[in-house]
Design a protein around this ligand. Structure first.
Ligand SMILES: [Zn+2]
Ligand SMILES: [Zn+2]
Length: 396
């Protein structure tokens, strides 16, 4: 099959590799019909995630048709159309039983690596380094899906691939970020970062009853997309003091909740002592937690700071005193995708949201190396790329 393989920093290539095979009774093989590039794939592309190896297949947002099933999977049949959550969960451990799917104890065979850094390991993820399981990703023509009796959600035939693909990650991720804000009627939610997750956080905040959403970014195309969802927009390049501006926009009180949908490109910071690029990542850590600092400073007393953006290690100069002094709640973590699949599929079916709004680029898998560059550099007003693994023509 064809697959997009990581080769090293800023280097990905489409290669012909062996088709995946059933390894465990609870596996299924999915023939992928649509896959996407995620902002967090750029951390891999830019070389900031440790434990990647040349040849690793990228991609954690994918869907397709079930073409092979292990004998332990009873709820799927050949030909089922499914979306696969990016977090891999066994469904039986303590954490899965509590619906804390992204913290599954059984899906990361390399848990010891993460334990060294964090004390404990989260779940395995598709296409996201050996530290997080070493699973082949979904920017390919086929993928092996472990615990296929637990993860994949079946899709009714009247919904298109583009309408449901983002159930795999960015829709639930934006939704959980908004849910973590504990939104009540009248609330004002400020959202830093209007990339794909930010866009879904904006719409989810409104779905959950926010009165106002203030969307913060500096790229006009992203701000325009936010405005289309009725968010008030704020270009941080055009204001002197963002925290003061947010106070001014909220009658001096501050937003009821602040969402950091930016995170930082510094997963490698968590690998200090294991990897020799610590110095480089410390420089990043100095830069990037600025959104988190601003969110903590701007949030109203008793409010919530919700962090869907990815952080990796030790953050510097975080105003923890302000957080304590104002009695803030801090919510964060990888998305418990499984928890949201059915409810959000329901919202798509009801017509409350059509997630395809976020797509700006449609390309073939062959064009994926180009697609990564376009997405990373935000060329051609690129916000979200969807890839068709079977389209041979578009590359011409
Ligand atoms: Zn993602
Ligand atoms: Zn589990």
């Amino acid at each position: 099959m064809k697959a997009l393989c990581w080769q090293g920093k800023n280097n990905v290539r489409v290669e012909t590799v062996d088709d995946p095979q059933i390894l465990n009774p609870r596996d299924a093989i999915v023939r992928i019909t649509r896959t996407a590039i995620c902002g967090s794939d750029l951390h891999l592309y830019d070389g900031y995630i440790p434990t990647m190896e040349p040849g690793d297949i990228l991609g954690h947002e994918f869907m397709g048709e079930v073409v092979e099933i292990g004998n332990g999977v009873e709820n799927l049949k050949l030909g089922d159309r499914v979306v696969v959550p990016f977090t891999i969960a066994c469904g039986r451990c303590y954490f899965c039983q509590q619906q804390l799917w992204s913290l599954c104890d059984n899906s990361n065979p390399n848990a010891w690596l993460a334990e060294k850094m964090y004390g404990f390991s989260g779940s395995g993820l598709f296409g996201y380094s050996h530290m997080l399981g070493g699973y082949a990703g979904g920017q390919a023509q086929y993928a092996r899906v472990p615990f296929a009796d637990v993860g994949p959600v079946k899709i009714p035939s009247d919904l298109s691939d583009e309408q449901v693909l983002f159930l795999s990650d960015i829709f639930p991720t934006g939704y959980m970020a908004a849910e973590n804000c504990n939104i009540h009627p009248g609330h004002v939610i400020a959202i830093w970062g209007c990339g794909p997750v930010g866009q879904f956080a904006i719409r989810s905040a409104f779905l959950l009853g926010a009165a106002r959403v203030i969307a913060i970014d500096r790229f006009p195309e992203r701000l325009n997309m936010a405005r289309e969802a009725n968010a008030e927009i704020l270009n941080y390049d055009e204001v002197d003091d963002l925290v003061e501006q947010l106070k001014w926009m909220t009658g001096g009180r501050g937003p009821d909740a602040c969402i950091d949908a930016v995170g930082m490109e510094a997963h490698s910071k968590g690998a200090i002592g294991l990897y020799d690029n610590a110095k480089q990542s410390m420089k990043l850590s100095f830069d990037r937690p600025n959104v988190l600092r601003q969110a903590i400073q701007a949030c109203r007393k008793g409010g919530t700071v919700s962090v869907p953006g990815v952080y990796g290690g030790f953050l510097d100069k975080i105003p923890f005193g302000a957080g304590f002094g104002k009695g803030l709640s801090l919510r964060m973590g990888q998305t418990h995708v499984h928890r949201y699949l059915q409810p959000l599929l329901g919202r798509i079916q009801n017509g409350e949201i059509d997630p395809a709004f976020v797509i700006t680029h449609r390309m073939s898998l062959d064009e994926a190396p180009d697609a990564y560059r376009t997405f990373r550099d935000k060329k051609q007003h690129c916000i979200k790329v969807v890839l068709d693994p079977w389209d041979e023509v578009a590359a011409a």
